[in-house]
Design a protein around this ligand. Structure first.
Ligand SMILES: Cc1cc2nc3c(=O)[nH]c(=O)nc-3n(C[C@H](O)[C@H](O)[C@H](O)COP(=O)(O)O)c2cc1C
Length: 298
C-alpha cells in the first residue's frame, strides 16, 4: 500500500532523481565485486606460496622458521670471492685415479664385529675433518659429530640402544621389516657399541643459533648431513678402518640428553669406528652393475 500510494507517486514526481540513484547503486556493486575478487586472489597467492621443509628440502610441512622471523643472512653479505685454485690432471691419470678410488670404495663393508684395538685419535680427527668438508645448504654446516671413547658412556649408550632395539624388533618393526633383516642377521644385541674404540654420533642441527639467541635457517640440513656422512664413510675406508651406518630407532631423545646436546640437534646416525674383530664376517652381498642404476644420455 505504502509503495503504490507513496513511493511510486513520489518517484514519478521526482523521476529525475532516479537516474543518479541507480547509477550510484551500480557503481558501488561493481566496486564491491572487484574487492571480493582481489581478496580471493590474495588468498590464493598466500596458499600457493611454496612452503619448504628445511630439514629434508621437501615442499611440504613448512617448519616454524620460515616466514615471520627476523631474517639473518647465513653468511656476511659482502663475502669476498677469491680465485679458485685448480690443478688439472691428464686424462690417463684421471682414469687411473677414479678407477683406484672406486676399487677401494668397493671394498667398503658395513661391519658389525669390532676389535677393541685402539685407533690413533689423530686419525679420527682427520676422518671427522673430512666429513666436515661436505657441501651444505647455504654453507650452514648443520652437523655435530660427537665422538665417544669413554667406556662408561659407551655402556650407557649400549643400554639405551639395546633396550629400545628390543622393543623395535619385537613390537615396532613388524614382520616385513624383521624378515628383510633376517639375511643380514641383525638383532637387538649390539656388542659392538662397547667393543669398538669409538662411537661417532652424527646429529643434524635442525636450525642454527646465532650469538644473539636468534635462529638461523639450516636449509636442507638432513641432506647436508647425509652427504657429510658419505664423506665420513669414504674417509674411514681410506684410513683402513671400518664402520657401521646405523640409525637407532627411537633412541634419539635419550642419547641427545645423555650427551648433553641442545634442542636444535637431532640424532641422525650412530657410526662405530675401529678395526674389525679377527673373526668378523659380513653378509655375502652383490652390488648392482653400473647400468642397473645409471642412465646415460649421450
Ligand atoms: C640409512 C641406513 C641405515 C642403516 N641402519 C642399520 C642399522 O640400524 N643396523 C645395521 O646393522 N645396519 C644398518 N645399515 C647398514 C645396511 O644394512 C648395509 O649398508 C647394507 O646391508 C649393505 O651392506 P654394505 O654396507 O656392507 O654394502 C644401514 C644403512 C643405511 C644406509
Amino acid at each position: 500500500m505504502v509503495f503504490t500510494k507513496v513511493i511510486i507517486p513520489f518517484l514519478l514526481q521526482n523521476y529525475l532523481l532516479l537516474i543518479p540513484t541507480v547509477l550510484t547503486i551500480v557503481f558501488f556493486r561493481i566496486q564491491q565485486q572487484q574487492r571480493k575478487k582481489e581478496s580471493i586472489l590474495q588468498q590464493d597467492t598466500k596458499l600457493s606460496k611454496p612452503k619448504i621443509n628445511h630439514e629434508t628440502g621437501s615442499g611440504e610441512n613448512a617448519d616454524k622458521n620460515s616466514d615471520d622471523e627476523d631474517i639473518k643472512p647465513a653468511l656476511e653479505e659482502d663475502l669476498p670471492h677469491i680465485p679458485y685454485t685448480f690443478q688439472q690432471i691428464d686424462e690417463q691419470t684421471m682414469i687411473q685415479r677414479s678407477k683406484e678410488f672406486y676399487q677401494e670404495m668397493n671394498k667398503r663393508r658395513t661391519l658389525r664385529f669390532y676389535s677393541s684395538q685402539p685407533v690413533p685419535k689423530q686419525v679420527v680427527e682427520n676422518i671427522i675433518r673430512t666429513a666436515g668438508t661436505s657441501p651444505s645448504g647455504a654453507h650452514t654446516e648443520p652437523w655435530t659429530y660427537v665422538i665417544v671413547s669413554n667406556q662408561q658412556l659407551k655402556s650407557e649408550i649400549r643400554n639405551i640402544i639395546e633396550n629400545e632395539e628390543y622393543i623395535n624388533y619385537t613390537q615396532r618393526m613388524g614382520d616385513r621389516w624383521t624378515t628383510d633383516l633376517k639375511p643380514i642377521k641383525t638383532d637387538w644385541n649390539k656388542p659392538y657399541l662397547t667393543e669398538a674404540p669409538y662411537l661417532v654420533l652424527l646429529f643434524k642441527q635442525t636450525y642454527g643459533l646465532m650469538p644473539d639467541g636468534s635462529r638461523k635457517v639450516h636449509y636442507y640440513n638432513e641432506i647436508s648431513c647425509c652427504i657429510s656422512a658419505g664423506l665420513f664413510l669414504a674417509a674411514v675406508q681410506q684410513a683402513g678402518l671400518v664402520t657401521l651406518t646405523s640409525t637407532p630407532l627411537n633412541c634419539g631423545p635419550a642419547l641427545r640428553s645423555l650427551l648433553n646436546r641442545p634442542e636444535n640437534e637431532k640424532l641422525l646416525m650412530l657410526l662405530p669406528l675401529g678395526y674389525p674383530s679377527e673373526d668378523a664376517t659380513v653378509p655375502q652381498l652383490e652390488r648392482k652393475p653400473l647400468l642397473d642404476f645409471a642412465v646415460f644420455h649421450d
